[in-house]
Design a protein around this ligand. Structure first.
Ligand code: NDP
Length: 234
């Protein structure tokens, strides 16, 4: 059955691949963007997840277009890496606001419709770094670890209503985010990955599609690493 899906940050990178994958399966898929416009074939709504009013307006548009959101993929995220000694409070807060508080904003807004429908799927895109930490990533790792607490709390709050909340923890994925890594970081990362390569965005999308499906109805509060063995299941 085609579900009403919203993917935050679905205009490019991993989010776009997730959105395309779910659309190919016959779901009605909307994505948020911050001014780039909607990718071809997908319904786009403009929203910055750091702004609750924009989030609310985006949900209203999605509801009018394809019905209340049944599957929420909270994917929008940023990095702003530097060592703790040099990390300003603003750098810390900005990343938390986008990656963690942003996920709270969209999850809260989506929960309304899911509760009414007594069915829902939350999938939060975290990171291997949220579980293992990362030098120079205190802000990012904290935001990604926080998503595990969010998902598990939602699983407890809403699990009795056919609503699941799970986390995917990707390792290194080929996107603009990893393009920004330097050669040294890249070589070190590859040496740690049993698969010996980065993931393709489609490999993250496959895991999302499974968690969003009816087959995954009994999986709740889980953290699913998709990292080529980097975290060894954590
Ligand atoms: P990209 O940098 O390629 O894309 C990030 C996406 O998030 C863009 O669509 C961007 O929108 C959106 N976004 C960022 N901030 C906001 C905001 N405040 N409001 C709304 N949208 C926002 O990243 P990836 O595709 O690589 O990453 C997607 C997710 O996967 C992120 O959460 C990231 O942390 C996570 N991840 C990525 C890994 C990787 O190796 N690439 C590994 C592990 C996790 P815009 O186009 O407007 O900038």
């Amino acid at each position: 059955m085609g579900r009403s899906v919203l993917v935050t940050g679905g205009n490019r990178g991993i989010g776009l691949e997730i959105a395309r994958g779910l659309a190919e399966q016959g779901h009605k898929v909307a994505v948020t963007h911050r001014g780039s416009g909607a990718p071809e074939g997908l319904f786009g709504v403009q929203a910055d997840v750091t702004d609750s009013e924009q989030v609310d307006a985006a949900f209203k548009q999605v509801e009018e277009h394809q019905g209340p959101v049944e599957v929420l993929v909270s994917n929008a995220g940023i990095t702003d890496d530097t060592l703790l000694m040099r990390m300003s409070e603003d750098q810390f807060s900005r990343v938390i606001d986008a990656n963690l508080t942003g996920a709270y904003r969209v999850a809260k807004r989506a929960s309304r419709g899911m509760l009414k429908a007594r069915w829902g799927r939350f999938v939060f895109i975290s990171s291997v770094v949220g579980l293992s930490g990362g030098a120079g990533q205190v802000n990012y790792a904290a935001s990604k670890a926080g998503l595990v607490g969010v998902a598990r709390s939602l699983a407890r709050e809403l699990g009795g209503r056919n609503i699941t909340a799970n986390v995917i923890a990707p390792g290194f994925v080929v996107t603009d985010m990893t393009d920004a890594l330097n050669e040294d970081q890249r070589t070190k990362a590859l040496a740690q990955i049993p698969a010996g390569r980065y993931a393709e965005p489609a490999e993250i999308a496959g895991a999302v599609a499974f968690l969003a499906s009816d087959q995954a109805a009994y999986i709740n509060g889980a953290v699913l690493p998709v990292d080529g063995g980097l975290g060894m299941g954590h």
